[in-house]
Write a protein that binds this ligand. Structure first.
Ligand SMILES: Nc1ncnc2c1ncn2[C@@H]1O[C@H](COP(=O)(O)OP(=O)(O)O)[C@@H](O)[C@H]1O
Ligand SMILES: [Mg+2]
Length: 189
């Protein structure tokens, strides 16, 4: 069982990269009024055929078979469902895929979000050509991030440069903590 949702996000994003995505869109919505946490990961990868969607979502199929059907999606589905939520997949072959996980924000079994900055930095460090958009909303507040914008500002300096990644990590950590209303960036509830 993965302890933090940020690790699930990394895992689901890796599916997108394996599916040939050039663009990845990660959205987090924390809605206290409605008591919902929503995580959506969208990509422009090769997509999933209609017939296969049920298969990749079905925990029985994935646990029973020794074929190359993995556990990433069904593990997240299990986590979402045991937190009073759900998982859904929308996909269009040749167009892309969106995976949406919903959780009851205050459910005792909901894992903490964890370090979203680390997840983003891991994705950027290994996939410099991948364009990532990230939007984190909490109630009325919003933080937007785009690798395309950062790269434009870097004016040719490699985004994978250790100094740049270090700066980016701090930038993300601070801004995500701020939008989340956390008094200290190390608290990752
Ligand atoms: N974003 C995606 N685009 C295309 N296919 C996907 C995507 N996400 C998942 N899949 C398909 O669903 C399968 C199961 O995914 P997952 O549960 O994460 O297990 P694993 O990645 O270990 O195979 C993948 O092997 C892949 O065929
Ligand atoms: Mg996977």
């Amino acid at each position: 069982m993965m302890r933090e949702l940020s690790l699930h996000i990394l895992d689901i994003a890796q599916n997108s990269i394996r599916a040939g995505a050039e663009n990845l869109d990660i959205r987090i919505e924390e809605n206290c009024c409605e008591n919902i946490l929503l995580i959506k990961i969208g990509d422009d990868g090769r997509g999933i055929e209609k017939d296969s969607i049920e298969e990749v979502m079905d925990p029985f199929v994935t646990t029973r078979t020794t074929r190359e059907v993995g556990l990433g999606l069904s593990l997240l589905q299990e986590t979402a469902e045991s937190s009073g939520g759900s998982l859904s997949i929308d996909s269009e072959p040749g167009e892309g895929t969106a995976v949406t996980a919903r959780f009851k924000l205050d459910h005792l079994d909901r894992p903490p979000l964890g370090s979203l900055a680390d997840t983003l930095i891991s994705l950027i460090a290994v996939n410099p050509d991948l364009e990532i958009t990230y939007r984190h909303q909490k109630d009325g507040d919003c933080f937007d991030f785009s690798t395309e914008e950062i790269k434009a500002e870097l004016q040719g300096v490699d985004i994978q440069e250790p100094g740049i990644l270090k700066w980016l990590e701090e930038y993300l950590r601070e801004n995500i903590a701020e939008v989340r209303g956390l008094s200290h960036p190390v608290l990752n509830l």
